[in-house]
Design a protein around this ligand. Structure first.
Ligand SMILES: C[S@@+](CC[C@H](N)C(=O)[O-])C[C@H]1O[C@@H](n2cnc3c(N)ncnc32)[C@H](O)[C@@H]1O
Length: 413
């Protein structure tokens, strides 16, 4: 199952999920204890963003920080670079062209996961004539960084960085990173939006709703973000119904302004499961987009086995565009994964990779299967979106970008 694939069970509980090993259960218990301590110290309530931050990124304990398999057959989900090298190679063709067009020579990848994207992209980015001189990886998880080193140790020009560089010139790439950032949850109560956070009940973690009355950290930021969204939806005659539950990523603005401050000039390419705000915050999506993944099962209960599974929420690409514009980027493109990959030349890449292969061979069939999963609307083709941002580029440095001109969706943002 892809990371944000269709939900196969609606309520996890003990039903359907594979049983974790005793060691895994003991690990989850340690994560649970840490979060219980935090909730108690905070007076009985923490925001969902804080819960998610701890469950995913608590040092040495969180899902991404600790040693769970996470990706691939042994793990909980797969991402596009693991589905097929066609994804990474096709993206790399455009990245290579942008480096050449802007006279820059560096790539910075955020949240590289297993390092698979870098490994396959570097085959294209190091072809003769390529401008690439430096490929930097920025990863918050020590466990994943160790795996990336294992995958990429023999490649020249690859380096790991612990913080954003200064004066970066080149191309920044992030696949499925924004939807892994902690999200705030809200529920519509009467005329206002209330915070949906986490408290302690008799049988464990519980959803707790409270008005943003200034008593909890982050209330003021919540009110500001909620009011902006309510106003924006009203402009389109949209009022979310009573009980509607949704999410946003409160640290997006900070992420974007830090990136902008680090970047002198170049291109940012973002790929994630997500939608423009009007489609994401639509009355039909009354339960929001929060999803959890454990051993290729998708479910909706983030309190189940904390530290053992992934938690994610779809990205509001209107918010990404707003943050980016505020931070001084230009939103140069927005489209679906299928349109991006088709415009970027996935067919030519398929031809290159399939040359000499017997159409009945496992390698050929795997390429064909990968292309279908990446492109089909019911798979990843429509639900994953690509956004291109540019910073301090002159007119014409990147003109008529083919990967975004096939289907320009910027009007929907
Ligand atoms: C869902 S995984 C995607 C991994 C990889 N990009 C792929 O497509 O397979 C999310 C990745 O983002 C990393 N991550 C989350 N927050 C981050 C941040 N603020 N800076 C850098 N990496 C981050 C996680 O540790 C993980 O490697």
């Amino acid at each position: 199952m892809t990371r944000r694939g269709p939900v196969s069970i609606s309520n996890a509980g003990e039903k359907g999920l594979p049983t974790p090993s005793p060691d895994a259960l003991a690990h989850s218990e340690r994560v649970r204890s840490l979060i219980v301590e935090r909730i108690s110290a905070a007076g009985g309530w923490i925001s969902f963003a804080e819960y998610m931050q701890l469950a995913l990124y608590a040092p040495a304990l969180g899902y991404y920080s600790a040693g769970a398999a996470k990706f691939g057959g042994e793990g909980d989900f797969v991402t596009a670079p693991l589905i097929s090298p066609l994804f990474s190679r096709t993206c790399a063709r455009r990245i290579s062209s942008w480096l050449g067009g802007t006279g820059t020579d560096a790539v910075l990848e955020f949240g590289p996961g297993t390092g698979r994207f870098a490994a396959d992209a570097l085959e294209v980015l190091t072809e003769p004539g390529s401008a690439l001189r430096r490929y930097a990886l920025l990863e918050v998880s020590g466990d994943l960084r160790a795996r990336q080193v294992e995958t990429l140790h023999s490649m020249t020009g690859v380096e790991w960085i612990n913080e954003l560089p200064r004066g970066f010139r080149g191309v920044v790439f992030a696949n499925e990173v924004l939807d892994a950032l902690p999200c705030e949850r809200f529920v519509v109560r009467g005329e206002t939006w209330w915070r949906l956070g986490v408290g302690l009940g008799a049988s464990g973690f519980e959803w707790r709703v409270r008005p943003p009355d200034g008593a909890a950290p982050g209330d003021a930021e919540f009110i500001e973000a909620a009011e902006q969204r309510i106003k924006d939806l009203l402009l389109h005659d949209e009022i979310l119904p009573e009980g509607y539950c949704g999410e946003w990523h409160p640290w997006l603005d900070g992420w974007m302004s830090a990136l902008s401050a680090a970047m002198d000039r170049g291109v940012v390419l973002l790929a994630d499961y997500g939608l423009p705000r009007l489609h994401l915050m639509h009355p039909d999506r009354i339960q929001g987009s929060l999803r959890c993944h454990y051993r290729h099962y998708a479910h909706g209960d983030p309190f189940l086995l904390p530290g053992l599974g992934d938690i994610t929420a779809w990205v509001d690409f209107s918010a990404v565009a707003e943050s980016a514009s505020r931070a001084g980027f230009k939103v140069t493109g927005f489209t679906t994964q299928a349109a991006f990959l088709m415009g970027a030349g996935i067919e030519q890449e398929l031809q290159i990779m399939a040359t000499g292969l017997d159409p009945a061979s496992p390698d050929y069939l795997s390429l064909a299967h990968g292309a279908r999963t990446l492109l089909l609307p019911g798979e990843m083709g429509e639900s994953v979106k690509f956004m291109m941002l540019t910073r301090n580029l002159d007119e014409g440095e990147i003109a008529d970008e083919p990967s975004f001109s096939l289907r320009d969706l910027r009007d929907s943002l």
